[in-house]
Design a protein around this ligand. Structure first.
Ligand SMILES: Cc1ncc(C[n+]2csc(CCOP(=O)(O)OP(=O)(O)O)c2C)c(N)n1
Ligand SMILES: [Mg+2]
Length: 326
């Protein structure tokens, strides 16, 4: 594999901005959850931002994205406007899923963001189906399927990798290996913990990536997408990452060694890129403050709009539930 030239400074700053947006969005969500403005489950992506930011900027608007319940970062990086997301978190009618989905079911057909999905590995068959449709129409479109390491223990994982390889479908399988499926460590669940190796056994190009390095994620994605668009069939990226917080806000996080968490926090992708940009002279303290201020203002606006947004009227309760009689 060749070494990619470094990105121009403006693009590196944009990557940093995107990761900061994702992190601050979720930190605000935690506060809003404590205030009971956001209800239901909340799975935080904090620590994993380099994957969403690095990967999703490498695909086109016509490409499709299928995600998981840990998808706030994916949705932001895909370009769903923050007010549409925050309104959805609040369950308001102006949310991207009309207020019916909430945190785990963010959806935006216009941006080909086919959801949030509460079922572990549930997105893989969807992605294979989308890619099959695109392949049958001979569209040069890639479907990115994001899922966790836990999905590799599900039957759908094996069925989907096999079919995608057999039918040569344009799918980028993006496995966010954060080392845990709820409280179960990868090594306690899988006889073979090298997930890229397992994917290779299905007959597709696959490789592990440092998921804490946003530029490494981007470079690997560029290579994978070029191969898929060039007719090379599916690719698999195992993005090695870590969630800094518990599985969800209901999880006491008693199964992880504190020293392990600290070791991963030392590799936090945000301070890492920020320090590199400072060292190269491309971003100074004032520039970083301006970035943070702009994100804070974007968030304030999104929260204020969500607070004001209407709830769906009770009269509409059965809409989208039962088919209308013709
Ligand atoms: C089919 C299915 N089985 C079990 C669950 C319960 N469950 C919710 S999240 C989760 C862990 C999934 O871990 P992983 O795929 O690694 O994703 P992560 O939460 O680490 O991002 C489990 C088992 C579920 N939602 N769906
Ligand atoms: Mg996991």
């Amino acid at each position: 594999m060749g070494v990619d030239p470094p990105l121009p400074p403006a693009q590196r700053i944009e990557l940093l901005r995107q990761m900061i947006r994702i992190r601050r969005f979720e930190e605000r969500c935690v506060r809003l959850y404590s205030a009971e403005k956001i209800r239901g489950f909340l799975h935080l992506y904090i620590g994993e931002e380099a994957v969403a930011a690095g990967l999703l900027r490498e695909i086109d608007p016509a490409d499709a994205v299928v995600s998981t319940y840990r998808e706030h970062g994916h949705a932001l990086a895909r370009g769903i406007p923050m007010p549409d997301l925050m309104a959805e978190m609040f369950g308001r009618a102006t949310g991207c899923s009309g207020g019916r989905g909430g945190s785990m079911h963010l959806f935006d057909a216009d941006r080909r963001f086919y959801g949030g999905n509460a079922i572990v590995a549930g997105g893989l068959p969807l992605a294979v189906g989308l890619a099959l449709a695109d392949a049958m129409r001979a569209e040069p479109i890639v479907t990115v399927c994001l899922f966790g390491d836990g999905a590799a223990a599900e039957g759908e994982f094996h069925e989907c990798l096999n079919l995608a390889a057999l039918w040569h479908l344009p799918v980028l399988f993006a496995c966010e290996n954060n080392q845990y499926a709820m409280g179960t460590a990868l090594r306690r669940e899988h006889a073979v913990t090298d997930l890229a190796l397992r994917a290779a056994s299905y007959g597709m190009i696959s490789w592990p990536v440092d998921g804490m390095d946003v530029e490494a994620v981007g470079a690997a994605t560029r290579r994978a997408v070029a191969s898929i668009r060039g007719g090379g069939g599916p690719c698999f990226l195992e993005l090695r990452t870590y969630r800094f917080r518990a599985h969800s806000l209901y999880d006491a996080d008693r199964y992880r060694d504190k020293a392990e968490i600290e070791r991963w926090k030392a590799r936090d992708p945000i301070p890492r890129l920020s320090a590199e940009l400072r060292a190269s002279g491309d971003l100074d303290e004032a520039g970083l403050t301006a970035l943070e201020d702009a994100v804070a203002a974007e968030l304030d606006e999104a929260v204020a709009a969500a607070e004001e947004a209407p709830r769906e009227p009770v009269a509409d309760l059965t809409r989208h539930v039962y088919a209308e009689r013709p």
